[in-house]
Design a binder for this molecule. Structure first.
Ligand code: HEC
Ligand code: HEC
Length: 268
């Protein structure tokens, strides 16, 4: 089975698992698919440099080799890690390095579950995971233009109000207090939320509700996701997904203010 077919199969198995859809025949080729994918992802390991380096290895800069090794990720995460809002795969380019490193560790140690992500990270050292995180965090690439959210005015108002003001009576702080005033993320380890696929965003909030995604305790996002109603999650996911950010937007600098809820993964 070719790599693209594999991606479809991996996706099908993912959605089949999480959304209860039928997966069926595609997965019949699952074994050869996972071998093809595993082979592909060995390109991402440090050992690949030796296998693929030209005769004069000194001619390669560290940046070149990292860019080459990380091409395996583009298959799912889009060219240079800037996946669009379509489908399910999250953009990873430009997210804070601390956040990306924490996620690679979460997959490696089973606090997040996705078969591909869990498997290829197993043998990678912390130093190398930091290198990967630093590489994608430093990519400063444009976001896709804003799109229609498909929400009606009441749903849009609901999402915007939760994002900017929260729901204090239900102990839901405004998303902007931690994710930054533009929701572009905050250093060292809180991600931006805009222009990600709506499916991905609602999938992550759903995973926190069902304890299938965990962050370092105290896990503030688990508390927040469990306090949100399903229709609020749906409105937020579509609203956040439809927004864009001006080119060159960076995550905000670390704040010295106390967070409205304690987050073990926010890095302070
Ligand atoms: C076969 C598809 C596939 C490939 C190849 C792949 N990923 Fe992923 N990755 C995913 C999926 C799907 C998710 C989201 C899983 C979930 O729902 O938690 C993900 C999530 C992530 C996340 C967390 C993103 C976030 O915003 O929380 C990071 C970081 C990441 N991948 C890095 C990488 C890197 C680096 C590579 C290459 C070395 C790579 N991935 C290759 C499918 C893939
Ligand atoms: C108290 C601080 C805080 C508040 C308030 C907060 N978040 Fe978060 N959020 C975080 C942190 C920290 C992370 C990173 C968690 C991790 O490392 O897994 C995160 C991660 C996320 C992610 C995962 C993004 C990805 O790429 O996988 C989503 C989705 C999210 N938050 C949505 C929201 C929404 C929607 C709101 C408002 C209703 C909100 N957050 C409010 C701190 C916060």
């Amino acid at each position: 089975m070719g790599p693209l077919r594999c991606v479809r199969t991996v996706l099908a198995s993912f959605f089949g698992h999480r959304y209860g859809g039928a997966v069926g025949a595609e997965l019949a080729g699952g074994k050869s698919c996972s071998i093809a994918l595993a082979t592909l992802l060995t390109l991402a390991s440090p050992a690949a440099v030796h296998a693929f380096a030209p005769q004069d290895a000194t001619a390669q800069t560290a940046m070149d080799t990292m860019a080459q090794r990380m091409q395996a990720c583009a298959l799912c995460h889009g060219k240079e890690g800037r996946a669009t809002r379509a489908g399910y795969f999250p953009r990873i380019a430009g997210k804070p390095a601390g956040y990306l490193f924490n996620q690679l560790k979460n997959f490696q140690e089973g606090r997040r579950s996705n078969q591909t992500m869990n498997q290829f990270l197993l043998t990678m050292s912390d130093d190398y995971l930091h290198e990967i995180a630093d590489y994608f965090a430093a990519l400063d690439l444009p976001y896709p233009p804003a799109a229609s959210s498909g929400l009606d005015a009441a749903q849009q108002g609901l999402a915007q109000s939760l994002a900017l003001h929260g729901a204090p009576e239900r102990k839901i702080p405004a998303c902007v207090t931690c994710h930054g005033s533009q929701l572009a993320g905050r250093l060292p380890a809180t991600p931006g939320l805009l222009s990600l696929p709506a499916f991905y965003l609602s999938g992550q909030l759903g995973a926190w509700r069902t304890n299938t995604r965990k962050a370092k305790a105290p896990d503030c996002m688990a508390d927040i996701a469990k306090r949100l109603e399903p229709e609020e999650i749906d409105a937020l996911a579509h609203w956040l997904s439809s927004q864009s950010l001006p080119a060159g937007t960076q995550p905000e600098r670390a704040s010295t203010q106390l967070l409205p809820l304690a987050c073990g993964s926010a890095g302070r």
